[in-house]
Design a protein around this ligand. Structure first.
Ligand SMILES: *[C@@H]1O[C@H](CO)[C@@H](O)[C@H](O)[C@H]1NC(C)=O
Length: 403
């Protein structure tokens, strides 16, 4: 998860209009022409950035970031980008997707909340969740946390991604039609995508995601970043849910995909690249759920599943609420709004996909030691029995939506 501490800076240029409107109060006629000038300025602002500008600035190492929904993206150096991350400012790095995104038609209005039927496969799902292995998740997380870090630009970050690829390939082997592949990026760490085909191949796909990268904010490339909770926890929940479903002979009616994203900590890089690519290719997505941090709650606080409140679909949240009450031992509650670009669900939300993100705790009771050497399984508050409930949510989400 990107940092939570600071609200994004205001990007509005309202000081300009305030000044001009104040001037206009004394001169109605001139105010009219000022309005024309303002309209022209707005038009200039909205004009897309030209491909030549993107290529030349990107070649100089600049990155193009969006810091708020519908705001014009801004150019930052890598150092400035790192400073934003240290200040807890969240953003989507659109340097490599901006041009493609311009070509994707935008729907005029936000889609209304999606509707999903209530859970109706209790017997089958409970039989599956009973086979979730905590030992598998523990062993997988031990391996992942042992990479010095899983930063998206470091060689150990690439190693971590390769390890997930071969582990998930091992699980898929022998299951006809199931595919596992790296989704390559311009940086060294790939995202990983596993696909279970649906009997109806052309139906909308159900996607579950987690991010495989980790970061040490003071020294990203070489510093130690075990990333056990953020987001080793969601990563191993997905690996185990994938194993449980395939081991049961699961053959869904509609297609299912498991995504492990590269570079979430660098501005939702992997998920943004994939969501843009899917939207550009016209892939229809039924629902997207992100699991980013599932293994911590503040010692002494009430243990809950907290649903992210913004950049999500209220209908899908209603569905996930009923999954939590039907299939886990935990109560479910709404979190306070997390803000723009909190995690990978924001990449899909941008393209009108119904999204949801069940989170480990309400803000304030979540893990404050992420992005550091202290994000380990021995940190006080790290709880395997807590994370286990999120693996159940993952299995139930896929089964109920795709069977
Ligand atoms: C980053 O890593 C270095 C070296 O491994 C360590 O000394 C430092 O404390 C780490 N920074 C954080 C924020 O944990």
């Amino acid at each position: 998860m990107q940092g939570r501490t600071v609200d994004p800076p205001s990007l509005s240029s309202s000081w300009l209009s305030v000044g001009l409107v104040a001037y206009g109060i004394h001169n109605m006629k001139f105010n009219l022409s000022l309005n024309l000038v303002l309209a022209a300025l707005a038009f200039v602002q909205a004009a897309p950035i030209r491909p030549e500008e993107i290529h030349s600035k990107a070649a100089k190492g600049l990155r193009l970031l969006t810091l708020a929904e519908d705001a014009e993206p801004v150019w930052k150096t890598e150092d400035q980008k790192l400073d934003l991350m240290r200040q807890g400012v969240k953003f989507i790095d659109v340097t490599e997707t901006y041009e493609i995104e311009q070509a994707i038609p935008k729907s005029a209005a936000k889609a209304p909340a999606a509707t999903f039927p209530a859970p109706s496969h209790q017997t089958a799902v409970k039989a599956l969740t009973a086979t979730i292995s905590l030992a598998n998740m523990q062993s997988n997380l031990a391996t992942l946390s042992n990479f010095n870090n899983r930063y998206y630009k470091s060689s150990t970050g690439a190693d971590g991604s390769n390890w997930i690829l071969s582990t998930v390939q091992g699980i898929a082997s022998g299951h006809a039609g199931v595919t596992v592949a790296a989704f390559k990026h311009s940086w060294v760490q790939s995202s990983i995508i596993a696909k279970i085909p649906g009997k109806s191949a052309s139906s909308p796909v159900t996607i579950i995601g987690a991010h495989l990268d980790s970061i040490n904010l003071s020294s990203p490339t070489s510093g130690r970043a075990p990333g056990s909770d953020d987001d080793g926890s969601g990563t191993v929940n997905l690996i185990e849910a994938f194993r449980v479903l395939l081991a049961s002979g699961f053959q869904p009616s509609t297609p299912v995909e498991f995504h492990w994203y590269s570079g979430e900590e660098g501005g939702l890089l992997g998920s943004n690249a994939i969501a843009t690519s899917y939207s550009n290719a016209g892939v229809k997505v039924k629902a997207f759920m992100e699991l980013d941090m599932t293994a911590f709650f503040k010692p002494g606080s009430t243990e809950v599943v907290a649903l992210e409140a913004d950049y999500v679909d209220s209908g899908l949240n209603t569905f996930v609420k009923s999954l939590v009450t039907t299939y886990t031992r935990l109560p479910v509650t709404m979190d306070s709004p997390c803000g723009y670009a909190c995690s990978d669900h924001a990449s899909w939300y941008k393209f009108g996909v119904p999204t949801t993100m069940p989170f480990e705790a309400v803000t304030g009771n979540d893990n404050s030691r992420i992005h550091s050497t202290a994000d380990t399984t021995t940190l006080s508050g790290f709880s395997w029995s807590h994370s286990l409930e999120f693996a159940k949510i993952a299995v139930a989400f896929i089964y109920e939506l795709a069977i």
